[in-house]
Design a protein around this ligand. Sequence first.
Ligand code: LLP
Length: 427
Amino acid sequence: MLMNNELFPITMKKINGNWEIGGISISHLAEKYETPLYILDKKTLINQARRYINSWSTHSHIPFKVLFAVKALPILEVIRIFDKERLNFLVSTAGELYITRKAGINPKKIYFHGNAKTIKELEYAIEEDIYAIIVDNFDEVEKIKFLTKKKNREINVLIRIIPNIEVNTHKSIRTGQIDTKFGLPIDDVLSLISSLKNEPFIKFKGIHSHIGSQIYDLNAYIKLSEVLIKVGLEIIKEIGINLEEMSIGGGLGIAYTPQDMPPSIEDLAKFVSESFKKNFPYSFTLICEPGRSLVGRAGITLYRVESRKNINVRNYVAVDGGMSDNIRPTLYGAKYTALFLNEYNEKKLFRLVGKHCESGDILIQEVEAPWPNLGDLVVILSTGAYNFSMFNWYNAVLRPAVIMVEDGKEYIVVEREKFEDLVRGQK
Ligand code: LLP
């Protein structure tokens, strides 16, 4: 396999023929905790957080905040690690807000976005006294007006614009184009902001955007900064209202295969801050909201081979997990890289599939690897983002445990589900 370093968690390496992560043998983890197993490398999590913080502070003299998009990996321990690294947090539902608060996060470090927040969710956010709600639509403003008046509480808001930027990523994870369910057209945003001028409980803080996910083209972010600058100038000059914050959203892509060469966190910070520095002469705080690029590389999933077959047209290898713990190939045609820990046989071409009762349950369409033996261990790389969080229950499989590794030690951060969990709440 081509070694693209960005593909492996930082501490994952082969030593004397044995694969390790966080200084621990991967096969030892499989024996101790069983498979399928999600494994997270703490060093990689910390490293990615520091890269974000350092690159924004070195490349820009603009005050900035890095928000971890909790949806990518909503795990208490991960949130606590990022809190220590001085990140802020972005939640998209009351559930994510609950998890984030449960991790002990100061509510003033939390932003809440989403296109269909319920009155209950908004009430919870206002009661928790979070830092800001990112408003998506006019109906939401009415809900917030009603709640803040009822509770006699102020709330900060940012407003999400549709920047009208197409990015080259899967259509289900594009969000900045003209036809999208997220945000409002710029003219509507401007009139909404004017209308908030005299609202006693709603404090306008700034504008928000997010153009999509798994983005490789930094030009899209430069174009986005230009749109934000234009809208920002209009808000200050035409509406005459203060603008404290602007968000470029998340979306930076990561490597899933050896061929993938994603842009760097450092270049994102450099290009975006240069664009703002050149064209926006007012002071404000720049926000970015990474999810995938903070956690994706830190995670791997460990499986065991459960069956193999050669049918006339193809070879198949099936493992003990699949579309429940990783829906992304099925949903987006996402590509992944598999690593077979035992490499004793000659290589073959085969399809790597899961154990679920659906033909679409394919982890990798075509793998070329040593033909495995029954019970062999397989690692899928880059599974830290949107694998655990998109876990689904199909075929009543148990959600795998999540193990954190660091410096030769490991600890459970999420326990494996048990059979009782499968009927929890059922009568
Ligand atoms: N900010 C907003 C407003 C978002 O909606 C998202 C993700 C992010 C930030 C973080 O984006 P990231 O840096 O992780 O790309 N389930 C899909 C990804 C959906 C992303 C949704 N929004 C997947 O597995 O590819």
